[in-house]
Structure formats: structure tokens, C-alpha cells
Design a protein around this ligand. Structure first.
Ligand SMILES: *Cc1c(COP(=O)(O)O)cnc(C)c1O
Length: 375
């Protein structure tokens, strides 16, 4: 293992990732390939090692958000299929072609701009069936199919598939399930209309993590698996299926332990005042490491298998915890996300404390925090 500073670090469990991948393969079924979503540095897990591990697990399709990420992934996976889900300025069409990258195409105008710049661009066409973000937007699958035919006829563009993105696949409310059913029906109807006119596309895909967890559809040729690959939940309070394990743990160390008297204040703003004699430990992680300041006085950390509450405001590089009932000493390892003994704190638990989602917690762990890969 590479040397790293034992101050604040993220442990990434590659065996955890592999076991999540085998669970996803089961959920996806035999007719659906996994497209691993590795955008945003593999949701903060480090795309290089994650891509290598995914390739070893047999994953052949990758999705990213932009060209920079696509080129990085191309470096790690020379033979992988890489789809850019988001926007690439059309003047980069040549780079797309040279690196054999598939671009998501969101309109005929955009497709024309791409081929103006280079005459050999692979793409999947994005259809907006209800997410309201990007893609072709039509009232009927017939109209949508007509426009797809127009795009297919553009010289220099190779259309290999169509895809759409669900907005509420993570909900079990009846009206949301209906909404997702309609999104799914729209893209499959569009695909079937094209097929009835002898236009055969290799791919039609719409499954994301939430759909993998709570729905099934063997017709999605690819399942774009993001958050569940990393072992986190697409939404609360719905639970992630059994067996998935969080891949990332976040750790730091105790730098200082002291006893404070009743009335002593801890940290900026004096928001925490000891109401009895307490033992306080300082921990070597702060909001500049991506551990949100919104967790001040709210979150627990684990030390010697026990929960300790954060006392007062989280600083840029340090935070303080209550270790009155814990024999903390300098150098002890503190777990901010992960398991210690019988206790576990997940990114999802932290997220719920400040009204966000686990996605933002793991993506937010900053560059300063070395990623350490373990089995
Ligand atoms: C990010 C993203 C995904 C993955 O979403 P998860 O909820 O993490 O599975 C899939 N498709 C598109 C278009 C995305 O932008």
C-alpha cells in the first residue's frame, strides 16, 4: 500500500465494490449489461482504482459527465465503452472521435454542430421523458421517433442507442410509480416505433440505481448503476436491498485530549459550553476535507467502537468530540464514516442530519483526503 499521511483519509474497499457489482448483476438480469457511472471521480472514490477494479469484475460500459472525465477513464480502460451523459462543446468532436467516446446527443441542432466539427461521432440520443433536464422533448413517441430518424440521417453521426433518465424511480408513492411507468413506456414505445420501421438501435437504456433497486425491466440493454455500486441508498426512507456495503470509510486521528471544566467553551462562536466536567478530544479533520460544517454538534463519530458526539463548530481542519466516557488518547483512530466494532455510521446517516443525500457526502470528500485502497 502507498504511504499516506495518517491525518484524514478515505478507505475504499475494493472487495466491497466487487461484491456490490455481483449483486447489481443479479438485479439487472442476464439481458442487461452494467454501465458503471464513474462521474465525479467515481462519486469521490477515485476513478482510476475504481475503473481498474470494475474492469476486473467484467464491466465493459462506463458513464461520465464530461469530456475531461471521459479522457481520464479512457486512460484507465483502453477498451471500455465510455458514454458522456452531459454536454460536450461541439468543437471537441474530434477528441470524442479520436478517443472512441460516445456522446449523449440532446437535439438535432447539437448533432449538426458536432458533425460540422468532425465526421465520425458515435452517440446515444437522450430523450427527456419527464426529468426536465436535457434531451429531446415531445408529446408523443411518434413525434419523438420522427426526430430521432432525422438525427440518424445526419451524415457523419453514428447513432447507437437512445436513453432517458428517471426523476422519481426512488419513490414508492403510487403517483410517482405511475410517473416512472410512463417515462419507461415513452422510451420503449419510441424504440418500438423505430424498430417497426426497420431502424434497429443496439441500445435503449433507462435503469438507474433506484430502478435497479425497486423496479425491473429486462428491456433496458444497459443499467446505469451509480450510487448503489458505492453501497449507498438512492433515497430515504426506502432501504437499499440486502447485502450492499458502503465502499468508502472516512477516518482521522485524535491529536489532543483534555479535561474541561463546567463553563468552558469549545470552538468558534462558543456554541458549545460544557455543563459539567468533560473530556474533549480534538480530531484531525474539518470542513476543508469535505466533512460538512453543517454537522457541527449534530453528528457522532466512532472511537473504540463507541459513538462520540461532535462538540461545537467544525473548523476548517479540525473538530472536537466528547470523549468523557471513552479513554481516548493521542493517535487513536476516529471513524467518521464506516464501522468500528459493533457501531456503523453511513454517509446516508450523515446526509440525513443536514438534509442532503449520501451522494453529496461522498462526492464532497475533498482532494486533500488521500484515497487508500484496501481489499
Ligand atoms: C448520475 C446519473 C446516473 C446514475 O444515477 P444513480 O442514482 O447514482 O444510479 C444515471 N444516469 C444519468 C443520466 C445520470 O446523470
Amino acid at each position: 500500500m502507498k504511504q499516506y499521511l495518517k491525518r484524514a483519509w478515505a478507505e475504499i474497499s475494493l472487495s466491497g465494490l466487487q461484491s456490490n457489482i455481483s449483486l447489481i448483476k443479479k438485479l439487472a438480469g442476464a439481458s442487461t449489461n452494467i454501465m458503471a457511472v464513474v462521474k465525479a471521480d467515481a462519486y469521490g472514490h477515485g476513478e482510476g482504482e475504481i475503473c481498474h477494479c470494475l474492469e476486473k469484475s467484467g464491466v465493459k460500459y462506463f458513464a461520465v459527465s464530461n469530456l475531461d472525465e471521459a479522457l481520464q477513464v479512457r486512460g484507465f480502460c483502453p477498451s471500455g465503452e465510455i458514454l458522456i451523459l452531459g454536454y460536450t462543446p461541439p468543437e471537441y468532436a474530434e477528441q470524442l472521435a479520436e478517443n472512441n467516446i460516445i456522446q449523449g446527443v440532446i437535439s438535432r441542432e447539437y448533432a449538426l454542430e458536432l458533425v460540422k466539427n468532425h465526421k465520425n461521432v458515435r452517440c446515444h440520443i437522450k430523450i427527456d421523458t419527464g426529468m426536465g433536464r436535457i434531451g429531446l422533448k415531445y408529446d408523443t413517441p411518434q413525434e419523438c421517433a420522427e426526430e430521432i430518424k432525422n438525427i440518424i440521417s445526419i451524415d457523419g453521426l453514428s447513432v447507437e442507442g437512445i436513453y432517458t433518465h428517471f426523476a422519481v424511480a426512488d419513490s414508492d408513492e403510487a403517483n410517482n410509480i405511475k410517473y416512472t411507468d410512463n417515462q419507461e413506456k415513452f422510451i420503449l414505445d419510441t424504440y418500438d416505433i423505430l424498430e417497426s420501421q426497420n431502424i434497429y438501435l443496439e441500445h435503449v437504456h433507462f435503469m438507474n440505481s433506484a430502478a435497479l433497486c425497486y423496479r425491473t425491466n429486462p428491456r433496458s440493454t444497459l443499467a446505469r448503476a451509480g450510487i448503489i455500486m458505492y453501497g449507498l441508498c438512492p433515497n430515504y426512507p426506502l432501504a437499499i436491498p440486502n447485502g450492499f456495503k458502503p465502499v468508502m470509510s472516512l477516518k482521522a486521528v485524535v491529536s489532543h485530549v483534555k479535561t474541561v471544566k463546567k463553563g468552558d467553551c469549545i470552538s468558534y462562536g462558543r456554541t458549545f459550553v460544557a455543563d459539567h466536567e468533560m473530556k474533549i478530544a480534538t480530531v484531525t479533520i474539518g470542513y476543508a476535507d469535505g466533512y460538512s460544517r453543517l454537522l457541527s454538534s449534530k453528528a457522532d463519530v466512532l472511537l473504540h467502537g463507541k459513538r462520540c458526539r461532535i462538540t461545537g463548530r467544525i473548523c476548517m481542519d479540525q473538530l472536537m468530540i466528547d470523549v468523557t466516557d471513552n479513554n481516548a488518547k493521542e493517535g487513536d483512530i476516529v471513524t467518521l464514516i464506516g464501522t468500528d466494532g459493533n457501531e456503523t455510521i453511513t454517509a446516508d446517516e450523515l446526509a440525513s442530519l443536514y438534509n442532503t443525500i449520501g451522494y453529496e457526502v461522498v462526492c464532497g470528500i475533498s482532494k486533500r483526503v488521500p484515497r487508500v485502497y484496501i481489499e
